[in-house]
Ligand binder design. Structure first.
Ligand code: LMR
Length: 397
């Protein structure tokens, strides 16, 4: 009966986690999946999360279904974080927001919505992008194209090519953008470049879909949302998917959000209704535990401040590792410029290693990264960084 079912070779990112687990070498290093590990190599439970979970366990609470679109406090918290609490669009209630199953779930619900209500739209993602962006939009029935983005020659953005390409798109086409900490390259647009891109989006009447999974890991909570807030300030209708997986270290709880900024409160109500219907058809309602944790952390001033501090500690540790790796490699491989490590932002660095070099790192040294050369810098610590630098220097020779 199932002979025609095609073999699934596994996910290039999540599949690496299984391979890593099976590796018996004690000096193995996981720089594959985009997960933050602390200096001791552990997945942290943030103190603000611990505090809330302790409250929630005493006494344990009943678990009714949550509303299809999540807890009201959760939804408002997403809006405040993404757009700013004083944002005119937030106050005018012209943003539809739902809680989602992580950032992936937000992308899928957004994709379903757009496919239904804007069936002629095509979707364009950066070249390269997170592989699941393509799978999610193709899975929702879209044709997915790529706009020029990363330039290996400069380890920067092919900005002129990118803007020329965007100018050639058709009205209503969807442009998927990474407001900060571009995945997989770590190479972001400057505020001036964002302004230029947004002008094109506005002139050509394109539909921006901004996926922000690393808010707080780039500059800070506000600066990382620059592109989103500027889009709203220009009166654009914009889709925003956000994730709390990384910045709350709650990967497995599937906590994220989808927001759609609309021209008016009436339209936001219509969109909110259809997003709820989409959720109902796909999985009915979001998970309760993570929803309550987010709601409580984000809506308590002291816990919120504690949380932001904890995010910045993670950000600063990643920055320190970038600097150390850059220094170590510069010493080991003279004549090669490694300054890109400290120019790139967020969890990822596009190392420039080719698939054969990535393969050697894995087989000879037990150092795991994605085969496109993406390294998760957050997997480095003071114990493994010299080993990784030596291994990289070896494969670069
Ligand atoms: C990543 O890019 O490694 C993360 O976003 C995890 C994932 O789901 O791929």
């Amino acid at each position: 009966m199932f002979q025609h079912v095609e073999f699934y070779p596994g996910d290039p990112i999540l599949g690496l986690m299984d391979k890593f687990k099976e590796d018996t070498r004690s000096n193995k290093v996981n720089l594959g999946v985009g997960v933050y590990y602390d200096e001791a190599g552990r997945l942290p439970v943030l103190n603000c999360v611990k505090a809330v979970e302790t409250q929630m366990a005493n006494p344990p609470q009943p678990r009714p279904y949550l509303p299809m679109d999540g807890l009201p406090g959760y939804r408002l918290a997403c809006q405040h974080l993404l757009f700013g609490a004083d944002n005119e669009a937030v106050k005018a209630q012209r943003i539809a927001t739902i809680a989602s199953l992580g950032g992936s779930g937000a992308l899928r619900v957004g994709a379903e919505f757009i496919r239904h209500w804007f069936p002629k739209a095509k979707v364009y993602v950066s070249n390269p992008t997170w592989g699941n962006h393509i799978s999610i939009f193709e899975g929702a029935g879209f044709e997915v194209g790529k706009y020029p983005y990363y330039d290996p020659a400069t380890i920067g953005v092919k900005f002129a090519e990118m803007t020329d390409f965007l100018k050639g798109l058709n009205e209503g086409d969807v442009v998927l953008l990474h407001p900060c900490c571009h995945n997989p390259t770590g190479v972001d647009l400057s505020p001036a470049q964002w302004d230029e891109v947004l002008t094109i989006i506005q002139d050509k009447k394109l539909m921006p879909f901004m996926d922000i999974a690393y808010q707080g890991f780039g500059e800070d909570m506000d600066a990382d949302a620059y592109a989103i807030r500027q889009a709203v300030a220009r009166g654009l209708s914009v889709f925003v998917s956000n994730s709390f997986s990384k910045n709350l270290s709650m990967y497995g709880e599937r906590v994220g959000g989808l927001s759609v900024v609309c021209p008016s409160a009436e339209e936001a109500k219509l969109v909110q209704g259809q997003l709820k219907f989409t959720v109902r058809k796909l999985y009915s309602s979001p998970p309760s535990h993570g929803g309550h944790v987010v709601d409580r952390v984000m809506n308590d001033d002291a816990l919120f401040t504690q949380w932001v501090g904890e995010v910045y500690e993670m950000r600063d540790r990643i920055r320190a590792m970038r600097q150390k790796l850059q220094d170590a490699l510069s010493a080991k491989v003279p004549g090669r410029d490694f300054s890109y490590f400290t120019k790139q932002r967020g969890m990822f660095s596009f190392t420039g290693l080719n698939p054969a070099q990535v393969e050697r790192l894995q087989t000879e040294f037990g150092v795991y990264m994605v085969n496109n050369g993406r390294m998760c810098v957050a997997g480095l610590n003071n114990q493994n960084i010299d080993y990784v630098a030596n291994a990289m220097a070896e494969v670069l020779k």
